[in-house]
Design a protein around this ligand. Structure first.
Ligand code: SME
Length: 152
């Protein structure tokens, strides 16, 4: 696959969000933008803290699980450990929660504000091992740009 120009995507994200501070509006546009611009993904979106785990936020892709109970799944792992989690083959991850049987690999980036996790941004791919080191660094930059533009 051709390398993604994350620098260009970062400039576009900043332009997309610069005039708005509303969380729902920016999260919806961010998820739709990533879903449309990053190749070979079948879902991209937010999960946000709820009393018993995480609850679905704005996303691009097919309908997904509304609730991810605390302690279960890759999203909760990234949220609890406050670090990006990449899974090359979700069928080998015992704690993975399926939303779409087409998903083969996954990357989850926590939304870190002042050292606290305020949610996660999750990407799924229909390809095995879709997310390499460049993608991790690139998506983390895009999430950081989202957080700079958006109070949460
Ligand atoms: N696979 C995730 C659940 C969310 S869906 O991929 C959209 C997980 O294991 O947390």
């Amino acid at each position: 696959m051709q390398a993604v120009d994350y620098e260009l995507l970062e400039r576009q994200v900043r332009a997309l969000l610069e005039d708005e501070r509303d969380f729902i509006a920016n999260a919806a546009n961010f998820a739709a933008f990533i879903y449309g611009e990053v190749p070979a993904i079948n879902w991209a979106g937010f999960y946000l803290p709820a009393p018993d785990g995480l609850v679905l936020g704005p996303f691009g892709g097919k309908p997904a699980s509304s609730r991810l109970p605390a302690g279960q799944g890759i999203c909760n792992r990234a949220f609890a450990e406050k670090r990006t989690v990449v899974v090359d083959d979700v069928s080998t991850a015992p704690d993975h929660i399926y939303c779409d049987s087409a998903s083969k690999s996954e990357m989850v980036v926590p939304l870190l504000v002042k050292g606290e996790a305020r949610g996660v941004f999750d990407l799924d791919s229909p390809e095995l091992a879709r997310f390499g080191a460049d993608d991790q660094a690139g998506i983390e930059r895009l999430v950081a740009a989202f957080l700079e533009a958006t109070p949460i």
